[in-house]
Design a protein around this ligand. Structure first.
Ligand code: BGC
Length: 513
């Protein structure tokens, strides 16, 4: 993959070219850091299957087990149980809080060390969950896993965006999301097989989370810290040496200067005002609004209704338990393959085009699923498997479009649009918004399905219309722009967001340099 490249970036009004190669080392570091996504994805994918396993329900949620097997139970309400949903969602609440701690750790200890801590928490959580003797142990385990996810999701996307050369930043960053999808798929496959193991299948499912965590821990010993983080913490020589190594050339003066300049500006601004307070400033609003909105919208695509509860959903539609798990494997496979599409296209066609195209595709698929369920999945009686198959196909259409758009872009865009002085703090808001809304969907979906029935899909479809409008008017394109050049090249030139940057704000940035 080595080969020369030049990145065009207009810096301070002039044109600047960064020299370097796309080295194997940069890919290796990226692949290791992305393992953080594997932990997250494994977790997203495992809960739904585990909560559909009878052995697990009998042990921890006997009331849900009894309801599920009551022949006359309302199809849409079989699994509606707040405590069962808490099993899935508790992790995200912990991750939400952890992401703010992680922001500080990323700045003080660096991105790599934060990922190491993430894997340590994840390993502890795995042990507790797999060995759980009661519900309390299970929930404490989920909380440790949540801390791991909060730390990992904060550190890994930032790490990837910072080591990447600008023109392949999208592709490299999407390795994180690719691993999320691989994690979900592996979890679905694991559930498929462990559901046949009685009575401890669920323990193997939950224990499997230890594998990606161990891989991340060991891998992180072999990778570098990002040049930005080293220089930011005063280790300039190490930062420069790392930059030379990941770019495969000693000719990195321009890029080094840009990073050093960004670090000095950030240090001066942070000395004046801490990053979290700085986020309240007017000029911080554009990246902050975009970061939070990307995550909120990502969750309101309804993706986690599918990712967490696909087996449950497919059982609602009339599939037997095993067919449900198999269908979840199919949607998981579509998710992985479609994410690869994004790796290839994101730096060619840009972020906006992929997002807009996906909105159209998701809208059609969601509306069709809602319509079919409304017409054919009645409150009682067994729905026909024929329609269940059609719904699985439509869900694949929906998942594929999410996978090349809102899935990866939810992480990519917030990690690349903040200036360095607010990057880790701002990204913490992105991660925590993601976790908050993941929590809400995880906690509420089964109850919403019980109340809204098929209309739940129309609810998500309405959100998709709103997010298309948001992308069309408010989301700037960030393809190929050097990460430390977003303010000048992106925000100050956007028709709407530029009003948030007054000359004063600019002068203060420049004076501080
Ligand atoms: C989202 C997760 C989701 C996953 C599905 C991620 O980007 O943050 O909530 O489960 O994509 O692939």
């Amino acid at each position: 993959m080595a080969g020369g490249f030049a990145i065009d970036g207009k810096v301070g009004g002039g044109r600047r070219e960064f020299k370097g190669k796309i080295t194997w080392y940069v890919w290796m570091c990226g692949i290791v850091a992305a393992t953080s996504g594997l932990m997250f994805g494994y977790d997203v994918g495992i809960s739904g299957g585990v909560t559909a396993m009878d052995d697990f329900l009998v042990r921890f949620f006997p009331a849900v087990y009894a309801r599920k097997h009551r022949a006359r139970e309302n199809n849409y309400c079989k699994f509606d149980d707040q405590r069962l949903q808490l099993f899935t969602s508790s992790l995200y609440l912990a991750a939400l809080l952890a992401s703010f701690v992680a922001s500080r750790l990323c700045t003080r200890l660096g991105r790599r060390r934060t990922m190491q801590l993430a894997s340590a928490f994840f390993l502890a959580g795995t042990g507790l969950c797999a060995g759980a003797a009661n519900l309390a142990m299970l929930i404490v385990g989920r909380i440790c896993l949540g801390v791991g996810v909060g730390f990992g999701n904060q550190a890994a996307p930032l790490f990837l965006s910072e080591i990447a050369p600008a023109h392949i930043r999208g592709a490299l960053n999407i390795l994180f999301q690719l691993d999320v999808t691989i994690g979900i798929l592996i979890a679905n496959v694991v559930n498929y097989f462990t559901s046949e193991i009685h009575p401890a299948g669920w323990r193997y499912s939950l224990g499997g989370a230890g594998v990606p965590a161990a891989v991340l821990f060991l891998g992180s010993l072999a990778i570098t810290e990002t040049p930005t983080s080293l220089i930011e913490r005063g280790r300039r020589d190490a930062g420069r040496a790392t930059l030379e190594r990941i770019r495969g050339t000693a000719d990195v003066d321009d890029e080094y200067e840009e990073i050093r300049h960004a670090c000095e500006t950030a240090a001066a601004l942070c000395a004046e005002e801490p990053p979290f307070r700085r986020l309240r400033r007017r000029e911080s609003r554009p990246p902050l609004v975009i970061a939070v909105a990307m995550q909120v919208f990502q969750q309101f695509t309804g993706i986690n209704a599918i990712m967490f509860y696909a087996p449950v959903l497919f059982q609602t539609m009339g599939f037997k338990s095993n067919a449900s798990l198999l269908s979840a494997v199919v949607t998981g496979g579509v998710n992985v393959i479609s994410t690869l599409v994004s790796v290839v296209l994101v730096d060619k066609f840009g972020r906006r085009l992929l997002l807009l195209q996906a909105c159209a595709q998701m809208l059609v698929a969601q509306t069709a699923v809602g319509g079919i369920m409304w017409a054919h999945v009645k409150v009682s009686g067994n729905p026909s498997e024929k329609w269940a198959v059609v719904i699985v196909v439509l869900i694949c259409v929906y998942v594929s479009s999410f996978a090349w758009s809102w899935g990866p872009m939810g992480w990519l865009i917030p990690s690349e649009t903040f200036p360095l002085e607010t990057r880790t703090a701002g990204f913490a808001f992105a991660v925590s918004s993601n976790m908050l809304f993941t929590f809400l969907i995880a906690q509420a979906f089964l109850s919403m399905m019980c109340t809204l029935r098929a209309s739940i899909f129309f609810f998500f479809a309405a959100w998709i219309v709103a997010m298309a409008a948001f992308v069309f008017w408010l989301l700037p394109e960030t393809k190929g722009v050097p990460i430390d050049d977003m303010v000048a090249t992106v925000w100050r030139r956007h028709w709407f967001w530029r009003r948030f940057f007054h000359d004063d704000a600019d002068r203060r940035r420049i004076d501080n340099c």
